[in-house]
Design a protein around this ligand. Structure first.
Ligand SMILES: [Zn+2]
Length: 405
């Protein structure tokens, strides 16, 4: 009890243990019949066996929030999508959904609120949908009081640049698209640098007060924001025509602990949408971001230790939006089915990439049951982990192990 985070992790793992224990008997018959049906696929599910104190691993994945989509799900206490790659005492955040700042404090600094110091090195946003970014403002403005104000190095932020082209308006085949107003017409598709500047403008009353009355530093000097430059890609025409053309992963960041690579994934019409790979001395962790099945992601994730992948439970979507649907709801359903990866498909993605462990996060709906998520193991021969907030998964050697020769 003296270690609140340890307790939180144990709670999460205990829940996982319960999930794992009760799930095998429920799902095994389905898998068995699938194997018997085609007779050729060695399909099995290994639910992660997380033993010992994973916080003892030098490099680890920490799930801050595991829900996907811009909503507060009923009957769920899980936060919006956000994760951390920890390498020793260096932390790298990936996405910043609802509740991410609080979860970060719970995960890395449960006994103190002053955690946004030099240890939290960078934030990487996969794309600019609000469910991936809405706690960014909290990280900046609360961050100013919990460590950003006494850093010796800038807090680095990486994310999409401007889209540069408006997405088409959804309409049913044979019908004309309705007229839709445009927010901020002088820059209707801002990137992360623009977004950060707009946040500073929107909160200027607060920020000016904090600098004048509380002696806080200028966030513009403390936070270093980068629009990710996408290299020239053969076959790329425009965000609307070729959102994720075949490409090689490209490096976007490197320091003494991690090398971060990115690739474009298929989350049309949102563009750019990135997947990220973190390579450390202990192994590699890949984040799918939001995407339908995408060969670029499979290439990026080749041989990774851990693939953190989004997932959508198709049956829950059909139940939430029964036919006949309005045009608006039809557009939403089409986006959900085409720009995300269905639970029955994700195991094959992980298998094609040859990863050791598949971790489900950005779960839609966020209150999905274990029975709804277990088909994710279909076609995957590695370990399947159903992500929960504050779960930690170590990779490579533990801190107590001898150093590699
Ligand atoms: Zn999205």
């Amino acid at each position: 009890m003296s270690n609140p985070i340890g307790h939180a992790v144990r709670q999460a793992l205990t829940r996982r243990g319960f999930i794992a224990g009760s799930a095998i008997s429920l799902f095994a018959p389905m898998i068995s019949s699938a194997v018997a049906g085609d007779g050729s696929v060695d399909t099995r599910i290994q639910l992660a066996q997380i033993s010992g104190d994973v916080s003892n691993s030098r490099s680890r994945l920490i799930l801050l929030g595991t829900s996907g989509g811009p909503t507060w799900y009923p009957n769920s206490d899980q936060s919006g999508i956000s994760s951390v790659v920890a390498v020793g005492d260096a932390y790298y955040i990936v996405d910043c959904g609802e509740g991410a700042g609080k979860r970060l404090q719970q995960a890395i600094s449960p006994a103190s609120s002053r955690f946004m110091d030099d240890r939290v090195r960078a934030l990487f946003l996969t794309h600019l949908h609000s469910d991936h970014t809405v706690d960014y403002a909290n990280l900046l403005f609360i961050g100013l009081f919990v460590g950003l104000d006494r850093r010796s190095t800038p807090f680095k932020v990486f994310g999409p640049g401007r889209r540069g082209q408006m997405a088409p308006v959804f309409s049913l085949p044979g019908t004309s698209a309705p007229t839709v107003p445009i927010i901020n017409p002088e820059n209707p598709t801002p990137g992360i640098k623009d977004m950060t500047g707009y946040l500073y403008q929107a909160f200027a009353t607060d920020l000016n007060d904090r600098m004048r009355d509380n002696g806080k530093p200028n966030l513009e000097a403390v936070v270093e924001v980068h629009d990710i430059d996408i290299p020239a890609i053969a076959g790329f025409k425009s965000p609307n025509e070729t959102p994720s053309p075949p490409m090689e992963p490209f490096k976007i960041f490197e320091d003494d602990r991690v090398r971060v690579s990115a690739t474009l994934v298929d989350h049309a019409p949102v563009w750019p949408a990135f997947a990220y790979r973190f390579d450390t001395d202990d192994g590699s962790i890949v984040f799918s971001g939001d995407t339908g099945r995408c060969e670029n992601l499979i290439k990026l994730a080749k041989g990774a230790d851990v693939l953190v992948h989004e997932v959508i439970v198709t049956s829950a979507i059909y139940r939430a939006f029964p036919t006949p649907r309005s045009v608006a709801n039809e557009g939403l359903v089409q986006h959900l089915l085409n720009a995300h990866t269905q639970v029955e498909e994700v195991g094959a993605v992980a298998e094609a990439a040859g990863v050791k462990k598949l971790v489900l996060s950005h779960i839609v709906p966020g209150n999905a049951t274990r029975e709804q998520l277990l088909p994710a193991g279909k076609g995957f021969s590695g370990e399947l982990v159903i992500g929960r907030d504050l779960m930690q998964i170590g990779i490579g050697q533990t801190a107590a192990s001898p150093q590699k020769g």
